[in-house]
Each structure stands twice: as C-alpha cells, then as structure tokens.
Design a protein around this ligand. Structure first.
Ligand code: ADP
Ligand code: MG
Length: 381
C-alpha cells in the first residue's frame, strides 16, 4: 500500500502542505523543529491509532489557528481511498473524520485501512526500557490487526483505576471487601482476552524477529521473544478466555486481594506483564549491550511490518522518523534492505543517508512547516 497524496493545514506547525509522495522512497530533510515529526504524525493520525507521541487533541491544532485539516489518499491493489480528518478548537471533542466521503464516528473506525509502521528514536528503547514501553509496543501492534483490541484495553484500564480506588477505600474502612467481586469478574475476562491476544502476537513476533536477528548478527546470536504473564504460568494451548482462563485469572486476583488492599494497587494482571527478549538464553534487559538492544528494537519493528503485511496481504507504509542517523552504517543498510518494496517516509536532518545515488524517489525540503519538492527521480517504465 502507498500514499498517493497528502495535504495538511493547521496541524501543529504544518502550513498548506500538498504533496504527492513517490511509491517507494520519500525523504524529508529539514533542520530541527521544522515540522518533520509533525508530518509523520499527520500521516499517523489517518491510521486511527492513538498518537505515538501522545499528543493531546487540543495541541494538534496550530496555536494561532482555529482549525486543522488533513487529507490523505492511499492506494492498495484494489482501490484508492481517502481519509479526511479535521478538528476545530471550538469543539475539540468533535472530530470530523471521513473515509471515502462517509463520516465515521471515532478514529478507531479507521483501523485496518491505512496501515503504517512508525519508527522513532524512542522505539530504540523497546528492548532496554521499562516493561511499560514493551506493553505499549505490543498493544499498539495488536490493535493494528485486531479491531476491538484498543477498546478492550481502554476498558481494562478504567476498571483497574476503579479497583485501585476501591482497594484504598477498603483499607481505610470506607468500603467492604465484597464490593471487589464485580470488578474482579470483569477484569478477569478482559485480562484473559488481552493475555491471549498479546501471547499469540508475541509468538508471531518471535518467528519473524528471531530470523531477522540471526541475519543481523550473522548467525552468531539467537534471539527469542516470549510473553511473561503475571497471572498465567503457561499460556500455550489456552483458548477459552471467557471461561476457564477467566476463572484462573479470578483465582489469582482473589489470592492477592489482601496484599492488594495493603498496597492500594492491583499487583497481578496484564498491566504488570512484560515481553521478554533473550539473546543466547540471557535476558536482554539484564545482559544485553547497547548495540544488542538496538538490534532487538530494529528487528521487532521490522517484524511488526512483516506481520502487518502477512495479516493484511499488503505491505504497510514505513515511517522512519529521525532514526537512521541514530544507527551505524551496518544497521542502516540492514533496515533499508528489509523494507525494500514498501513505501517509506524518512525524515532526517541531512542528506547523507545510505541510499544509492540513482535510487528512485523524491526528496522534500521542510522548513517552518512548509514543504518543497527538491528532487524527483521517477521510475522509467
Ligand atoms: N500546536 C502547535 N502549533 C504550532 N506549532 C506547534 C504546535 N505543536 C508543535 N509545534 C511546533 O512544531 C515544531 C516541532 O515540530 P517537529 O515536527 O517536532 O520538529 P522536527 O522537524 O524537529 O521533527 C516546534 O517548533 C513546535 O513549536
Ligand atoms: Mg522530529
């Protein structure tokens, strides 16, 4: 799949942008704070998936303007589609989103149409960072291929908040322990569903990532990715999330209730789970070098792109925001070779990126939120 046209106006600092990207390579060069990441974010918004930068809605509109509008057209082997996304400061909650001219109620209704994989310098922390980083990565990946998943996660988070408030209230004698039951039943079902989907995604991730890692390390190192559940000692073979799994989940919550009341916090559950990466058997979090962490993060992101291709029968658009300059030459070349054939948007500060001089693509210059096309090199038929 590839983006054929992108217009944006009033989205953060972007001003009257109207570009026709190349089918494969698009490079956006510009100094710091000119709008490179904003441009990537504008594309991302049209996927319907939560902002990778956690930008608040009100901050998406230019501070000096009242409205913002993005229009993006993309094509797959079947058809061309258009997303129009606009927001106004007057009514920030009301987003005007249209898919092919038809209004959709929420951004999540755009899921599964435009598929992108965004790669930012922060993503290089997936392996090294906190379990929360990895859970976020995993949840975003799953939500791209499973429509209702983001909604289930949001519901789970709301219930955890209620439960934690109740735990504190029980501790101070204002509420009784019996009140937990209703929350626990809901948590058990939602948590079991999340566990199952995350586990199954992790298995797919492992298949692709371990193969890629073997390549990047020239066969010297073996990467294994697994899912660490705080609730289920074993997830393999489990299916019945509403029945058997939920019962097991509930038992774990009940067993921990007294400790939870003392701490005012729910200690077990998918909000405490982790994804584990091991190189040659050693847990990366504890043993990996900086370089190994980077390679693990790279292969995970590439695996995300491959899984999307597999699940949707179409390659996603790859958005590389300022990451190439963070990588050494070997890793740069590796990434580029692995996304060959997909449409790529690359943002960078200089033009010294490792692409062949004669490679087909377009080079854009971005300054003060405005974009100029610098060079085109089109494919000859
Ligand atoms: N709501 C907004 N209105 C106007 N400008 C904004 C808004 N949000 C961010 N910016 C500006 O956008 C610029 C950052 O753009 P960004 O895309 O992150 O830069 P970079 O090119 O370094 O990736 C900053 O100058 C920032 O002040
Ligand atoms: Mg940036």
């Amino acid at each position: 799949m590839y983006i054929t046209r992108l217009c944006a106006d009033g989205f953060k600092n972007l001003k009257k942008i109207d570009i026709s990207p190349h089918e494969s390579l698009n490079i956006f060069c510009g100094k710091n704070a000119q709008g490179k990441t904003n441009l990537i974010e504008a594309v991302w918004l049209c996927t319907g998936v939560r902002s990778f930068r956690s930008t608040k809605d009100s901050r998406m509109i230019d501070i000096d303007r009242d409205n913002m509008e993005i229009e993006l057209s993309f094509k797959n082997s079947f058809r061309e589609q258009t997303v129009r996304y606009s927001m106004s400061k007057k009514d920030i909650k009301e987003k005007n989103i249209f898919l092919n001219g038809v209004k959709v109620k929420t951004p999540s209704r755009l899921f599964g149409q435009l598929n992108c994989v965004v790669f930012t310098p922060e993503d290089l922390e997936i392996s090294k960072g906190s379990p929360e980083n990895r859970r976020q990565f995993l949840d975003l990946c799953v939500s791209q291929i499973k429509n209702n998943y983001a909604g289930v996660c949001a519901k789970y988070e709301r219930i955890i908040e209620h439960r934690n408030a109740l735990l504190k209230s029980i501790y101070s004698g204002k509420s009784s322990k019996d009140e937990l039951e209703a929350w626990d039943i809901q948590l058990s079902q939602l948590g079991s569903y999340i566990s199952l989907l995350r586990y199954s995604y992790t298995k797919k991730l492992n298949t692709f990532a371990s193969k890629l890692y073997s390549e990047i390390s020239q066969g010297r190192e073996k990467l294994e990715i697994g899912y660490y559940s705080t609730v289920f000692p074993k997830l393999e073979g489990k299916k019945d999330y509403a029945g058997e799994m939920a019962q097991e989940y509930l038992k774990v919550l009940k067993k921990n209730t007294d400790e939870d009341i003392r701490s005012g916090f729910t200690m077990k559950g998918v909000h405490r789970d982790d994804m584990t990466a091991r190189i040659n058997g050693l847990i990366c979090r504890d043993y990996a070098s900086q370089g190994q962490h980077r390679s693990v993060a790279l292969v995970m992101k590439l695996a995300q792109a491959y899984i999307l291709s597999q699940e949707t029968d179409d390659s996603p658009v790859i958005l590389l925001d300022d990451v190439l300059s963070e990588l050494d030459e070997n890793r740069q070349k590796f990434v580029i070779s692995k996304i060959d054939g997909m449409q790529v948007f690359i943002t960078c500060c200089d033009k010294n990126i490792p692409f062949e001089k004669n490679q087909h693509g377009r080079l854009f210059n971005i300054e003060g939120g405005k974009i100029k096309t610098q060079r085109r090199k089109e494919k000859k038929d």
